[in-house]
Ligand binder design. Structure first.
Ligand SMILES: NC(=O)c1ccc[n+]([C@@H]2O[C@H](COP(=O)([O-])OP(=O)(O)OC[C@H]3O[C@@H](n4cnc5c(N)ncnc54)[C@H](O)[C@@H]3O)[C@@H](O)[C@H]2O)c1
Length: 255
């Protein structure tokens, strides 16, 4: 029974920003659970390498390059996928960037770029993908949020605003699309070692602070996000909608 609940055999999943890091790890995890994977990234070479990696591991995967800010291209590429590969059952809005600077010095162009990628991008891709989900009355959307959906930290106020935004966008999507049997949930990772956090885990002071702050006393490994992604992509979560699942070693539970 539990195997059937979590089985994703034959499902098609699109994961944005999956050329590396958390997105690529989730792609491998969903592939292991039975999905065919559509990888996406703005970096074409990175995307090509990621597709090769998945294929080398014996998984069926395709690469579709677009910038999550570019609505026209998103619509074209989603139409291409639906015609040539199949209807998308699962979307993970994962593409995101971080720019660190004190807020009083934060460049307004950087503010717009960050909000456009981290927040508006999720809306644009989900809007394009949900059209077919609505017609078929089935779909799963996962938005990658963050502990910064709730908590700030010095120098990352714009990122915190974008992640708070995507938390509430998740609730809004769940509210509007629940009646079409589309479930929209968020995964909120704590601190995971990827390129995005390299400057932090290479800083001994930050590393020591984090490990003392997190009840688990350590960083997360991206593979530890796979269980949450499989759950929120599968039948097991059919009555879970608008929820934010923290995967953070207990960070949000304690001051
Ligand atoms: N690493 C962490 O500790 C952590 C914690 C919480 C949330 N997150 C979130 O997880 C997601 C993935 O982060 P990561 O750590 O793997 O980062 P990463 O930088 O390793 O990977 C992000 C990927 O997104 C791609 N990307 C950037 N802009 C894009 C665009 N406009 N269109 C398409 N692709 C684009 C990048 O090229 C890159 O391959 C992000 O949304 C991030 O905010 C990460």
């Amino acid at each position: 029974m539990s195997q059937t609940l979590f089985d994703l055999t034959g499902k098609l999943a699109l994961i944005t920003g999956s050329g590396r890091g958390i997105g690529l790890t989730l792609a491998k995890g969903l592939a292991q659970a039975g999905c065919t994977i559509i990888l996406n990234d703005i970096e074409e070479k990175r995307l090509e390498d990621a597709v090769s990696l998945l294929k080398k591991d014996g998984f069926t995967s395709h690469g579709v390059s677009f910038d999550v800010r570019d609505e026209k291209v998103i619509i074209e590429k989603i139409a291409f996928v639906e015609k040539e590969i199949g209807k998308i059952d699962i979307l993970i809005n994962n593409a995101g960037i971080q720019i660190r600077a004190p807020l009083e010095e934060f460049n307004s162009d950087d503010w717009r770029r960050l909000i456009d990628i981290n927040l508006t991008g999720a809306f644009l891709v989900a809007k394009a993908v949900v059209q077919e989900m609505i017609k078929r009355k089935a779909g799963k959307i996962i938005n990658i949020c963050s502990i910064q959906s709730e908590l700030a930290r010095p120098t990352i106020a714009p990122y915190t605003a974008s992640k708070g935004g995507i938390r509430n966008l998740t609730k809004g999507m769940a509210t509007d699309w629940g009646k079409y049997n589309v479930q929209v949930n968020g995964i909120a990772p704590g601190y995971f070692k990827t390129e995005m956090t390299k400057a932090l885990y290479e800083d001994p002071k930050f590393d020591a602070w984090l490990c003392s702050r997190v009840p688990a006393n350590r960083w997360g490994d991206p593979s530890e996000l796979i269980g949450a992604a499989v759950f929120l992509s599968s039948k097991a979560s059919d009555y879970v909608n608008g929820h934010l699942l923290y995967v953070d070693g207990g960070l949000m539970a304690c001051v």
